[in-house]
Design a protein around this ligand. Structure first.
Ligand code: NAD
Length: 466
């Protein structure tokens, strides 16, 4: 009976689920401050009470350690809920803005209006964080949401669906599990906003589908994020923070350092320090180290293995196809035309290039699509300013990796082909609401200058609007 029911749901085009959400949204139920706070409280409770199951699910899907699972998939969600709850009443208030002299007698306000019914499509690498942090934004904005997690992390997807079902009514938040077909069926429906996290090619499919209904989209995509180690860098700290940011979740992080540019004068010292730091974090035998994540599936494992053909393996390179473990690997002698420098790596392979001048690095990076993240290690203020001023990128850290995404005060998102729109903190609230501009005019008087029938009106308009 349950199977029959599942088949029926799978064959549905989700019209009834979406119309139920539209009806619920239009009833106004999701809009009050109290309702939104109650839902955020419920979400906080269900995530904290199910921490153990979440950690088990990401262990099964990706062999994530308790530390990486908690940090990447639980802590950030809880912190985001607490932050949003603290500020929501202020964010929700209509914002009064100034009125120019030309509009004498009127007042202007911006109202933060929920979009309505949202579609959230998420990837497999941080399955909980990347489904629930956008959902927090949708709830805070006063919306309803359909969440479609990735089929490639099945244990996490099943648990996300269960937690959502236990916490919310379907007409408010529903999780619809499935792969590309389900995703496409949903994309063919009319939503008020689509929030997509995933790869650049699928981002294009999402944008094309959204264009049919002119649905606003937020795209959180990927790409190749460069890391620059300047000659002035603190080598030990840089090596440790690169090793941490690159090999966390076995490199399967959208903002992981994709490749390194190291100044020629420190290349040898940096490489040997990096090797030492990797061993400190993951031992000399990461393949059998229980706290090191594995590759999500055979397809990605084989894709990554093929990237080892050509360059020299400076460190690592061993793999285990039974467990899908892939050693932290450093590549040197890398040609810029090699596939490892052409596609997003999204795994524990770190190609290292060297450079002489920072201008050369800027020119090289700017030949490629605008990256999602950029990292620079330097003690030199002018190098820092030069990089920030001359390379467009979504966001980044100076003398660190990944950390810019873990603060709710900074907007997180890409630019150009690494994505559009941003979220986290107030930026999530803005991402899931429309800024509705309203001018309220006085009825106490009526300035006649706007009417063409008034003598001399044109001259006054010319004077006022210059
Ligand atoms: P993906 O694009 O293959 O899949 C993401 C989602 O889209 C999944 O739910 C999947 O079911 C769905 N999907 C896949 N193919 C589809 C298709 N043809 N039509 C419609 N829907 C489809 O991405 P992934 O492999 O799950 O994740 C890895 C990518 O995501 C990397 O490029 C990474 O950089 C990026 N990413 C970005 C961020 C960010 O915040 N910017 C975070 C994590 C991952």
């Amino acid at each position: 009976m349950e199977d029959l029911l599942n088949v029926e749901i799978k064959q549905s085009d989700y019209s009834s689920e979406i119309s139920a959400q539209r009806k619920f949204f239009q009833s106004g139920a999701t809009k009050s401050y109290q309702f939104r706070i109650r839902q955020l409280d419920k979400l906080y409770k269900v995530i904290s009470e199910n921490e153990k199951l979440i950690l088990e699910a990401v262990k099964k899907d990706l062999n994530k350690s308790v530390f990486e699972g908690f940090f990447g998939d639980v802590a950030l969600i809880l912190h985001e809920i607490s932050f949003v709850k603290k500020h929501l009443s202020k964010w929700m208030k209509p914002e009064a803005v100034r009125t120019p002299i030309t509009h004498f007698g009127s007042s202007c306000k911006i109202f933060h209006e929920p979009y309505g019914v949202n579609l959230i499509i998420s990837p497999w690498n941080y399955p909980f964080q990347l489904s629930f942090i956008p959902l927090i934004g949708a709830i805070a904005g006063g919306n309803t949401a359909v969440v479609k997690p990735s089929e490639l992390s099945p244990n996490s997807s099943a648990l996300i669906a269960r937690l959502i079902k236990e916490t919310f009514s379907n007409e408010y938040v529903i999780c619809i599990e499935g792969g590309i077909e389900v995703s496409n069926a949903l994309l063919n429906k009319q939503f008020d906003h689509i929030f997509f996290t995933g790869s650049v090619p699928v981002g294009k499919i999402v944008m094309e589908a959204a264009s049919k209904n002119l649905t606003p989209v937020t795209l959180e995509l990927g790409g190749k994020s460069p890391t620059i180690i300047d000659s002035s860098a603190n080598i030990k700290l840089a090596a440790r923070r690169v090793a941490w940011g690159k090999f966390f979740n076995a490199g399967q992080t959208c903002v992981a350092p994709d490749y390194l540019y190291v100044h020629k004068s420190i290349e040898n010292e940096f490489l040997s320090t990096l090797k030492d730091e990797i061993i400190k974090l993951y031992t000399n035998n990461a393949l059998n180290f229980s706290d090191y994540a594995h590759i999500i599936n055979v397809r990605h494992f084989s894709r990554l293995k093929s990237l080892l053909n050509g360059p020299s393996v400076y460190f690592g390179g061993r793999t285990d196809e039974n467990t899908l473990a892939f050693e932290p690997t450093i590549l040197t002698n890398v040609s810029k035309d090699h596939p490892v420098m052409k596609e997003e790596i999204f795994g524990p392979i770190l190609p290292v290039l060297s450079f002489d001048s920072i201008e050369e690095v800027i020119a090289e990076i700017n030949k490629n699509p605008k990256p999602l993240a950029l990292y620079l290690f330097t003690e030199n203020k002018s190098v820092k300013e030069k990089i920030i001023k001359n390379i467009p990128f979504g966001g980044g850290s100076i003398n660190d990796t990944l950390f810019h995404l873990a603060t709710p005060h900074l907007p997180f998102g890409g630019v150009g082909s690494s994505g559009h729109g941003s979220y986290h903190g107030i930026h999530s609230f803005k991402c899931f609401t429309h800024e509705k501009s309203v001018l309220s005019q006085t009825t106490k008087f009526d300035l006649s200058v706007r009417y063409h029938t008034t003598r001399g009106a044109l001259n006054i308009i010319r004077m006022l609007f210059k």
